[in-house]
Design a protein around this ligand. Structure first.
Ligand SMILES: [Zn+2]
Length: 121
């Protein structure tokens, strides 16, 4: 990954972060902090489905937004630490094409597919 490529992706991630924050605020000004706490906890357990159940079907979109928000934040943190673009499972380069399509990707395509087979969405 070239540093120019990373700069571009950082910009996209930052922009997405702003969009998501605005969406979350708009979706639920009252419940956002509660929802965020539930999602944060579920996310740490690797169990987003339980957050959706806890928050109710009506908030599924909010849960998705909050989940993506966490993913985008994590990607920006990896950039700050210099580990961005490395698969967190196998340590290989994720690849520029995949990062261009999914700037917040944590895993290479092969590891992501393996993960989804283990835990279908
Ligand atoms: Zn991998």
């Amino acid at each position: 990954m070239t540093s120019a490529g990373t700069d571009l992706l950082r910009e996209r991630l930052q922009k997405r972060l702003d969009e998501l924050r605005a969406e979350v605020r708009a979706a639920s000004l009252r419940d956002a902090s509660e929802a965020e706490a539930v999602v944060r906890e579920a996310h740490d357990r690797g169990d987003e489905a339980s957050a959706e159940i806890q928050l109710g079907i009506g908030d599924a979109e909010l849960v998705r937004d909050l989940h993506e928000l966490r993913e985008v934040e994590a990607a920006l943190q990896r950039m700050a630490r210099g580990t961005y673009g490395q698969c967190e499972d196998c340590g290989q380069e994720i690849g520029e094409a995949r990062l261009a399509a999914h700037p917040a990707a944590r895993r290479c395509a092969a590891c992501q597919a393996a993960q989804e087979r283990r835990r279908p969405r």
